[in-house]
Write a protein that binds this ligand. Structure first.
Ligand SMILES: [Zn+2]
Ligand SMILES: [Zn+2]
Length: 144
């Protein structure tokens, strides 16, 4: 009887430690995003974590970013080269100026864009609309 109990607890242990580890990795990815401040690809975030000694697998970084963006905790946009890039942003609606050379990002508001989106949607009978708009270019540092 006693032996059975011991075997059971030994089986449970590895599963719970696995859970703890994946939470740590999620925290590491979230911390990296907060430190980076600019839009970065899965690969770039993975390399950043590796450089500072956090061994988080590329697949885990990818899955964590998917989960964070699905939860609305990070913004994801499509860069001009077709790569999805991620950033921790303010929660209110905004647009981005993104440097195509260094990734430097500025959050901007576009009241004229909002009015235009509302009016063309209404004029065509569309409801529950949403939009994304990013402006790509060279930041002032990269322009010189
Ligand atoms: Zn730049
Ligand atoms: Zn907008």
């Amino acid at each position: 009887m006693v032996t059975t109990v011991m075997v059971r607890s030994a089986k449970v242990h590895p599963m719970s430690s696995l859970g703890v580890r994946s939470t740590k990795q999620r925290t590491a990815v979230a911390a990296a995003l907060a430190e980076l401040d600019d839009f970065r690809s899965t690969q770039e975030i993975h390399e950043y974590l590796k450089d500072r000694g956090d061994s988080v697998g590329l697949t885990t970084v990818y899955r964590t970013l998917q989960a964070l963006s699905a939860a609305g905790d990070v913004d994801v946009i499509l860069r001009e080269d077709g790569e999805s890039v991620y950033r921790v942003c303010s929660t209110s609606h905004h647009h981005h100026l993104v440097c195509r050379q260094c990734g430097h990002t500025v959050e901007v508001e576009g009241p004229a864009v909002e009015r235009w989106a509302d009016s063309v949607s209404a004029a065509n009978g569309f409801t529950s609309v949403s939009h994304t708009l990013e402006i790509f270019g060279l930041c002032s540092n990269c322009s010189h």
